[in-house]
Design a protein around this ligand. Structure first.
Ligand SMILES: [Fe+2]
Ligand SMILES: [Fe+2]
Length: 271
């Protein structure tokens, strides 16, 4: 029996080990796109994704306030930074498969699934690239504690697809566009060419993920006759806790279909 796309997405979500999760994610993406190319897409189906994805026993997950800070200029600081990025990428793999599996009542076009399967496939590559960098430096994913809060946006938006699109790709992943150039500089200064190459790949591909968010957010607003900008501001204020922090990467945000009136008004706390 062929599993549906959503059932296979749940298999990724319920796989705990990072390397195993991302290997399954790659093979699922290959199966999806091979079937698409053959003109016989896999059934989307229905599934029951877990509220929280399976995770390895390590890293320990701590409250963000308790995660030790290290100076990024030191070797230990660079390992800590790569470890934090690996954790973000692993969460992103699950976030995109969760987007595929989660919202069965919205009858989305196949292009929606193409985009999130591709994004999940890319996040899987990102996780492995960053893990390779950590291992080259004598560390590994799981060696340090990581933030516990990263799945909160997903839990808060389990029954709100517009809220999910607003907060995950259009706020959290867009933030990645703002901060990645600074991280690339840190590794350039340290002469870590492999980390620079990994971060440049991530930086280039993340523009696409933000663009998918913006595309499908606008699609759903259009279908429901909603004005996207005020709806977006309302959803971010409801689900994202705290103001957005400039400086923004206005050029990459524009390239991803995120105009300034989708973020500048959110730098002020709501009245
Ligand atoms: Fe990524
Ligand atoms: Fe991403």
């Amino acid at each position: 029996m062929t599993l549906s796309l959503r059932e296979m997405a749940v298999e990724v979500l319920t796989t705990a080990d990072g390397r195993a999760k991302t290997a399954l994610s790659h093979s699922l993406a290959r199966a999806w796109f091979a079937a698409r190319k053959a003109g016989a897409p896999l059934p989307i189906g229905r599934a029951d994704p877990p509220l929280r994805p399976a995770r390895p026993a390590k890293p320990d997950l701590l409250d963000p306030r308790d995660v030790p800070r290290r100076r990024p200029g030191s070797p230990a600081g660079r390992i800590a930074l790569l470890h934090a990025i690996a954790h973000i990428e692993l969460n992103a793999v699950d976030l995109h498969w969760d987007m595929v599996a989660r919202f069965p009542d919205h009858d989305m076009p196949l292009g929606f699934f193409d985009d999130w399967v591709k994004a999940a496939d890319e996040e899987s590559k990102h996780f492995n690239l960053v893990c390779d960098c950590l291992e080259r430096l004598g560390s590994h994913y799981g060696a340090l504690p990581a933030h516990a809060g990263m799945w909160r946006a997903a839990e808060d938006t389990v029954d709100d697809i517009l809220g999910r699109l607003a907060v995950v790709p259009m706020v959290l992943e867009a933030r990645g566009l703002d901060v990645t150039p600074g991280m690339i500089e840190i590794f350039e200064r340290a002469g870590d060419d492999a980390a620079v190459a990994a971060l440049k790949t991530i930086y280039a591909e993340e523009v696409g993920h933000v663009a998918y968010g913006s595309k499908w957010f606008n699609f759903l607003c259009g279908r429901q006759g909603l004005d996207p900008q005020p709806v977006f501001l309302d959803l971010v204020r409801r689900y994202f806790h705290g103001p957005l922090k400039p400086p923004f990467n206005e050029e990459k945000r524009a390239q991803a279909g995120l105009p300034p009136d989708f973020y500048w008004p959110l730098t002020e706390p709501a009245e």
